[in-house]
Design a protein around this ligand. Sequence first.
Ligand code: ATP
Ligand code: MG
Length: 263
Amino acid sequence: MSRTQIIAFANNKGGSGKTTSCSNIGCALAMMGKRVLIIDGDMQLNLTLSFFNEEVALEYASNGKNIYTAIKEEKDLSDFVVSTEYKGLDIIPSTSLMSAIEFDIFPKWQREFILRKCLEPIRARGYYDYILIDSPPTLGGWVMNIMCASDFVVIPVEASPWGLFGLANMFDFINKVKEISPRLSVMGIMVTKADERKNYFKETLKTLKESEDVRVFDNYVRIDSTIEWSQDNSKPVVAYKKYSRSAIEYKMLAKEIVEYANR
Ligand SMILES: Nc1ncnc2c1ncn2[C@@H]1O[C@H](COP(=O)(O)OP(=O)(O)OP(=O)(O)O)[C@@H](O)[C@H]1O
Ligand SMILES: [Mg+2]
């Protein structure tokens, strides 16, 4: 049996920290000695740009080394993997053509399971310990594909009024996915962009943690401008400034993920 664990980072709320969390946890896991593949599932290419400059990212977008080409042509994803500068960390880049993915998958046979099928050869080989998939801020057929290909979903949430709005839709969607893909489970809510000076944040965290319906990760990531600098330099913060506050927080979250996934 494959030991590869597949984890989706998803939340239909835009800007909730999905890509930042996916890139940093992917890199932190690789730094812990794990073999990790991250997949950029969003037309914004933000995950790809977390590791490569614009020129390189656009090259992958135009030469077919990207998730869009693989899914459109229903190819084995093994042929679309690109290495990053970090040992143990590979990526499948994205392209802005992902904006058309819903139209491309719609007429296909068993359209919810195309990504799962294309990922199967990689999963069966069991080379990677973890595959992390970054989702766009939507809840449609493509995100359904991402969740149907995953064992776990991590939900990055900004502890703000609008950050919480819509979470119920997210859980309804996940329950629908579970009907056709029972192996999916929610690993938990990952609180990001936390501002500990605000009472609102403290109250929200307390409410989330007291909720019996959902698990919340013990660690959370506070607002840290180093994250923006790291992204400007096409590096995850865990590599850009190893001992910065957010780097340490992401490393703690990566440890929590390993513990949870191996329970
Ligand atoms: N802890 C943090 N401190 C400061 N800024 C952050 C932090 N985490 C994320 N950001 C910033 O917030 C913005 C949104 O983050 P990110 O792109 O990771 O969210 P997202 O959920 O992937 O967004 P989208 O829904 O558009 O894909 C980015 O500009 C990022 O630099
Ligand atoms: Mg994103």
